[in-house]
Design a protein around this ligand. Sequence first.
Ligand SMILES: Cc1cc2nc3c(=O)[nH]c(=O)nc-3n(C[C@H](O)[C@H](O)[C@H](O)COP(=O)(O)O)c2cc1C
Length: 179
Amino acid sequence: MKNILIISGHTNTTCDSVANKAIMESLEKQLPESRTVYLDRLYPDFRIDSNAEQERLLWADIIVLQFPVYWFSMPSLLHRWMEETFLHGFSHGSTGNKLRGKTLILSYTTGAPTEAMDFDAFFGNLRAACQFCGMNYGGSISTGGVSYQMRQEAGMLAAIEEKAHQHARRLVDFLQSIP
Ligand SMILES: Cc1cc2nc3c(=O)[nH]c(=O)nc-3n(C[C@H](O)[C@H](O)[C@H](O)COP(=O)(O)O)c2cc1C
């Protein structure tokens, strides 16, 4: 099995997440040999430790970005992580080859139902970043219809958690199918 690093980009998994929290917990159970990072718990002040994050990336063969879609993009904290970690001389530039050959996978949730729009189309920036850094874009796993507003409706919480477990199962199957 390859080294799998899962980066949780939710801005508050402690008290403002149902889907992403459940996905992360399920992944931790199913992939005990993977490494997980909760950016919101490590960096509530957005002050990313570049060296620590680069060390984790060096260890990984496969990097999974786990996040809720916020405004048709990834959350600000995850974006900040990327800005502070994918640095010239590390990920790109004439001597920056440390991410070359690694695989990036997107794992995201949306409030809108999956069929509402092609969310993958919004992540052209990440596919371009992969190409720029010599990484392989491994594709995405997504789950729609898990809006925070639905949590107020009776019975919806359990349905969201069930969707989250199915999401984690699909992601694990996907990861295990990578040669
Ligand atoms: C600031 C903010 C922006 C959001 N933007 C979008 C969006 O652009 N498209 C969408 O489908 N859902 C959007 N949502 C809904 C979230 O994607 C959804 O609540 C989240 O995936 C649920 O995961 P969680 O339970 O882990 O928080 C947004 C939510 C918030 C709080």
